[in-house]
Write a protein that binds this ligand. Structure first.
Ligand code: ANZ
Length: 836
């Protein structure tokens, strides 16, 4: 392998190919990156990169993310921590299955081949990973414990099965996740998606909604603010009230068309506006709508329901869409005013949020106002905010104000009116205060092959029977291939009859295995815990180990996982805490989201043809140059545009830094005897770099290293190669660079006469006295005449300056033994001495 750099005379001795060939074996032999490899008493620091999906070789996005995590891991190694920086693969999932169908193979073949490719690239990329803890979620030794955990959740009532409508692609015969439905159509084949009722497994994450919200206090300032916000919005806690409206019967008794009396409960966050409710809306696709609808309106409702079937929740609630709906031919009675209001069905009310029914207050809710205007329904202002009447302006007012048109609530402000209205309905038994969440239980079952089988057996006599622990893992059959893996309306596992048909562990009678597999988010909800004791075959992880290494000190990964993965991992951690298996409630103390790697302003993609191949870049410029260029391009959280990145220039810089190490002359002298200005530059750079790494400004660390290289180069060229300050500078440069450019740094370390590995070299100690900015000149006067000039720190204290002045040669000489009557100090610039 030759690199472009080697062809330039300027850098001919800096040979990336030689370094890349030489060092990995040395690092392996020394077990440099293995956690606990020295004395195990040191404080731990755990850095976890979100583990990759083995979709092919590593790409530019991986290159950036893993370079960032590596800076953190390497920094804490230099700082003497016992660092755990593990690696694994999220290796179950759909692409492997699709590839297997296409190639008439088993998904494991594609998966493990890709893992090997990525593992090789990780090594070449010189990440400080502890390979001894490597794991793969598709290994039976791993998913055995995924199944074991599922069982514990099941025993605690946190895993359950229920019939529910799911997105269904009639062509592919498969369930689709919401993200796989694009504009109402199947992402893969474009067929319009419908809803189908299926028996599905759920985790009861809603039981943990409050804790998932409240524990975010622990993460404040340590996680990106926008991620915390997304988590909060996803959980969506709304405080409000349930209010029940009576719906009088319609039609004559004994008349086939009659509908009996009913009641409908609405969820509202604004009980204060109860007197402004001028109509009620129920979700058109809800059972309630069908129960309520008057016979004369039934056909219209059914037609309307058909028309909204393929709309997503987002479309339904979009404020841009014209409001649509059908009157149900019924009225509801306002429980506090006794007023009769019409009941409508519409798509802007969702069936599975709140109670699926709302009281509409058009004056103070824009969606209700748009609906009222579309169907000419009354608009009544009940909060006077001082703004124009919404009935006139067409803009609902949502702020605070004074209650009007509201009987007993008149004159109150919003907060007091919310409390008073809640009390009012509670006292009448027609409502109560309540908290509602947007969060839904986690649908975890998939009718797919390449996932962890759900460890449940269905028996006609005993019902759902968990597979006994000592029979785990329930391994996937190995004999299905190609087309046999294609979805057919039920899980492909159903066709493996040998596998499916078992005897019931309780009664011994004939029974069937559950044929669903788990969502891969289940696998990734606990892998970081498994890193603590990855080879444990008695339990998912050992208690002492998990509490030693976790929670993760620094988690690194893409913002695309800001919601689901993090929420699920947090949920698992809390359940395991409740089970007494871990002693912490949050899995990731700090989170870093790296930006995306773009090219010419756009995400790299095959269709745009702007993709950049990582391995080609590595061949061309060398690993270190690519890594450094990537980190230098922007602050870690910002996007990097590869078009603006210059690995070639970075290669030149690295060569220049490398030559500093080559050109210094070894000396036995103590660094303290070295040139002060050079030393000061070194110590300042090291001091700043530590602060910059800890505050996540990795790109600026590189800028500081560049400055130091310039100063050191000049110092050497000025004939100071054997000054101990030159050696000190070169060592510091090597350690700063080792955060980003491990090959170059290791080579420099060797040139400087040290044993490998630089990764274990302690961070240079900073001499505070060398950090003093510039000195300024203080003038010492005796009887008004300048007798001495002193170079001092601008921060010098009065007493220090006085002491320096009195001890100075000039002052001693001019005082010549006389006593002192008075000293006036104006630090840092002037000392005036009045002799006796
Ligand atoms: C009356 C009202 C008056 C409302 C007002 C708002 C403003 P969040 O905060 O998101 O929880 N709502 C309730 N259930 C709904 C559903 N299934 N589909 C669509 N909208 C629904 O929103 C709660 C508010 O959204 C509730 O409070 C309800 O409208 C509406 F001036 O009730 B409100």
């Amino acid at each position: 392998m030759s690199t472009e750099l080697n062809t330039e005379t300027d850098v001919r001795e800096y040979d990336t190919a030689r370094m890349e060939a030489k060092w990995p074996a040395v690092w392996d032999a020394l077990n440099v990156y293995v956690a606990d490899n020295e004395d195990t008493e040191r404080e731990r620091f755990t850095v976890v990169d979100m583990f990759p999906y083995p979709s092919g070789d590593l790409h530019m996005g991986h290159a950036e993310a893993y370079a960032m995590g590596d800076v953190v891991a390497r920094y804490w190694m230099h700082r003497g921590k016992n660092v755990l920086h593990p690696v694994g693969w999220d290796s179950f999932g759909l692409p492997a299955e699709n590839a297997a169908i296409k190639r008439n193979a088993h998904p494991s073949e594609w998966t493990y081949a890709n893992i090997e490719t990525q593992a090789k690239s990780f090594r070449r990329y010189a990440l400080s990973l502890d390979w001894s803890r490597r794991l793969q979620t598709s290994d039976p030794e791993y998913y055995r414990w995924t199944q074991w955990l599922f069982k514990r959740f099941y025993e605690r009532g946190l895993a359950y099965r229920k019939n529910s409508p799911v997105n269904w692609c009639p062509k592919d015969q498969t369930v689709l996740a919401n993200e796989q439905v694009v504009n109402g159509a199947c992402e893969r084949c474009g067929t319009m998606v419908t809803k189908k009722n299926l028996n599905q497994w759920y985790f009861k994450i809603t039981d943990y909604a409050d804790r998932l919200l409240d524990d975010m206090d622990q993460l404040e300032g340590q996680w990106p603010e926008r991620v915390l916000l997304m988590q909060r919005n996803w959980i969506g806690r709304s405080v409000g009230a349930h209010v029940t409206f009576q719906i009088p019967a319609v039609g004559e008794m004994n008349d086939g068309d009659a509908r009996p009396e009913a009641s409908v409960t609405v969820f509202t966050t604004r009980p204060d506006t109860l007197f402004g409710a001028t109509f009620m809306v129920v979700a058109a696709d809800s059972e309630v709508a069908m129960d309520l609808v008057a016979p004369s309106q039934r056909a219209a409702l059914e037609e309307y329901r058909e028309s909204i079937k393929t709309l997503s929740d987002i479309d339904r609630q979009s404020s841009d869409r014209e409001k649509t709906g059908v009157p149900l031919g019924r009225v509801a009675i306002n429980p506090v005013s006794g007023e009769e209001i019409p009941v409508w069905a519409s798509d802007y009310v969702l069936a599975d949020y709140g109670t699926g029914a709302i009281m509409s207050v058009p004056a103070h809710d824009q969606r209700d106002l748009d609906f009222a205007r579309a169907f000419d329904l009354p608009i009544r202002m009940v909060v006077d905010t001082g703004e124009e009447d919404p009935a006139v302006s067409g803009v609902a007012t949502t702020g605070d104000g004074v209650m009007v048109n509201s009987g007993p609530l008149d004159g109150l402000n919003k907060q007091d009116a919310i409390a008073a209205a809640t009390e009012l309905v509670e006292s009448r038994g027609t409502g109560e205060a309540t908290v509602n969440y947007r969060l839904r239980d986690w649908l975890l079952s998939r009718q797919r092959f390449w996932g962890a089988p759900i460890p449940i057996i269905h028996c006609e006599i005993d019902g759902e029977v968990p597979v006994p622990d000592n029979q785990l893992p329930v391994e996937l059959p190995t004999n299905l291939r190609g087309e046999q893996l294609a979805p057919k309306g039920e899980s492909p596992l159903a066709s493996a009859t040998d596998w499916v048909n078992v005897t019931c562990p309780i009664c011994g009678g004939p029974a069937r295995r559950d044929t669903d597999t788990m969502d891969t988010f289940v696998d990734s909800s606990w892998y970081f815990l498994r890193y603590a004791s990855p080879r444990d075959d008695k339990e998912p992880f050992a208690e002492d180990q998990v509490n030693k290494w976790l929670p993760v000190d620094q988690y690194v990964g893409g913002v695309e996982h800001a919601i689901l993965h993090l929420l699920y991992a947090r949920f698992f951690t809390k359940v395991l805490f409740d089970m007494g298996m871990v002693n912490f409630t949050e899995p990731f103390k700090a989170l870093l989201n790296q930006g995306q790697v773009l090219n010419q302003g756009k995400a790299m993609s095959k269709s745009l043809g702007n993709g950049v191949d990582l391995s080609e870049e590595l061949d061309r410029f060398g690993v270190d140059s690519v890594r450094m260029a990537m980190v230098f391009a922007s602050p870690p959280a910002d996007d990097v545009d590869w078009a603006d990145v210059s690995p070639a220039a970075m290669g030149k810089f690295l060569a220049r830094a490398w030559r500093v190490a080559r050109d210094v002359e070894a000396t036995e002298a103590d660094a303290g005897e070295g040139n002060r200005a050079m030393r000061s530059a070194t110590h300042k750079a090291v001091h700043d770099a530590a602060q910059l790494v800890e505050s996540g400004k990795f790109n600026v660390v590189i800028a500081r290293a560049m400055e130091l290289v310039n100063v050191a180069r000049k110092f050497i060229d000025d004939g100071n190669a054997s000054d101990p300050a030159a050696q000190e500078a070169a060592e510091a440069i090597a350690i700063l660079l080792s955060l980003f450019a491990p090959y170059t740094a290791e080579d420099m370390w060797e040139l400087l006469g040290h044993e490998p590995s630089i990764a274990r070299a302690p961070w240079p100690e900073v001499d505070e006295s060398l950090l003093v900015e510039d000195t300024i000149t203080a003038v010492v006067q005796i009887q008004g005449k300048v007798r001495e000039r002193l170079e001092v720190s601008p921060e010098i204290s009065a007493s220090e300056l006085e002491a320096l002045a009195l001890a100075s040669d000039g002052v001693k000489r001019f005082l010549d033994g006389r006593g002192i009557r008075k000293v006036i100090v104006r630090e840092p610039k002037l000392v005036n001495i009045v002799p006796e």
